[in-house]
Design a protein around this ligand. Structure first.
Ligand code: GTP
Ligand code: ZN
Length: 350
């Protein structure tokens, strides 16, 4: 196959630019299982194992292949992932392991579509939390408000949300069931673009995904992989190629992004700066004299809701950091709890 045809094929699964020199096959990691990786080369899915150097214990987990990665493949039985190509973005969260480390959620994502219903699901606080997770990832957030058709009175919510989010954050109210409404997302789903869709249960992720897939749903909705024995195994629809040319990566664990213990709170940098100007360095921002926060709250310069939200996010972050640290301390000291003989490690559900 010519290079041009190969590049064209890879563009459909989110590749940008030229082919790396060296002539190895390029594919994208679309799922990670305990038994190995699932790759897509723009044409078909296939299984692969990581090369030995990825299994070194001392290796930073962030250097191992992750969902979304473009990798160089060494063909063989089974094929091996020889190298991870440079990433253009990294979505990650803190994870408890043998040591405090980052767990990759997905790489090479261009847009994170943050979906919230205009119904009771609507929560500016949750949207802000999602944005803080995306902040340093290299991906761009797009806020989507679904169920517009059921909530014609969405204007007020929309205006207050726009005011609250950083300037320039795209916010689109949509009807996820209506192709014409979903069509405005095409600008984020052009050939070479990769997106993930996140949001709470019931927000409308599956509905929107199906609308975006349109008539190609049947063709792409059910992805089948060949395992090493040539058997068909129906797998989760991990990578969806959309008619607009972009692709959606959809893997378990990605849909509900969780906050980590080390998110930065840049969205609230103004509040942190304000708190620095309190008279007392250890001001609790209650009834202390000279409290800049109280002053700003009283004057209306700082909205009470935003302040509460900041406190909540800060507490959540501290709590998670503390939990993680306690777990690590427990792991360092003492033996792990007794386990039935022969049963090593926790059993994970797929
Ligand atoms: N009227 C209307 N209904 C919608 C819209 N989006 C989703 N729904 C409905 O809301 C319900 C939940 O939608 P789903 O797409 O299943 O939500 P989900 O986010 O995939 O939920 P999980 O699979 O639990 O994560 C369904 O009954 C949808 O038909 C919309 O824009 N307008
Ligand atoms: Zn104060």
């Amino acid at each position: 196959m010519s290079d041009a045809a190969t590049i064209e094929r890879l563009r459909h699964i989110g590749w940008r630019g030229e082919l790396p020199s060296g002539g190895r096959r390029v594919a994208r990691v679309v799922a990670q299982h305990r038994a190995g990786y699932e790759l897509h080369d723009g044409q078909a899915l296939f299984g692969a194992q990581p090369a030995g150097h990825f299994l070194r214990r001392a290796l930073d987990p962030a250097e191992r292949p992750a969902v979304g990665d473009f990798v160089e493949v060494e063909d063989g039985r089974p094929p091996h992932i020889a190298a991870v190509l440079p990433r253009r973005s990294v979505l990650s969260r803190a994870a408890a392991g043998e040591r405090y480390e980052r767990q990759l959620i997905a790489t090479n994502i261009d847009y994170v579509l943050v979906l919230t219903g205009l119904d009771n699901d609507f929560s500016p606080a949750r949207i802000e939390r999602y944005l803080s997770l995306i902040e340093d990832s290299g991906a761009r957030p797009v806020v989507l408000l679904s169920k517009l058709d059921l909530h014609a009175d969405a204007d007020v919510r929309l205006a207050s949300l726009r005011e609250r989010l950083p300037e320039g954050t795209p916010v689109h109210p949509i009807n996820g069931k209506d192709p014409a409404s979903a069509a405005l997302l095409a600008r984020y789903l052009q050939p070479g673009d990769s997106a993930v869709l996140v949001g709470s249960s019931g927000a409308g992720k599956s509905t929107l995904t199906n609308t975006l897939l349109g008539s190609e749903r049947m063709a792409t909705g059910e992805v089948r992989a060949h395992d090493s024995r040539g058997r068909h195994t129906t797998t989760h629809r991990a990578l969806l190629m959309l008619p607009s040319g972009g692709c959606l990566i959809d893997t378990p664990g990605m849909r509900e992004l969780k906050l980590t213990g080390e998110e930065n709170l840049d969205l609230f940098a103004d509040i942190e700066m304000l708190a620095e100007t309190c008279r007392f360095a250890d001001c609790g921002h209650g009834s202390e004299p000279g409290c800049a926060v109280q002053l700003a709250l009283d004057s209306g310069e700082l909205a009470a809701e935003r302040w509460r939200n900041y406190l909540k996010l800060r507490d959540e972050r501290e709590e998670q950091a503390a939990t993680l640290e306690a777990r690590l301390r427990r792991q360092r000291g003492g033996r792990p709890a007794e386990r039935p003989h022969g049963h090593r490690g926790r059993r994970e559900r797929e």
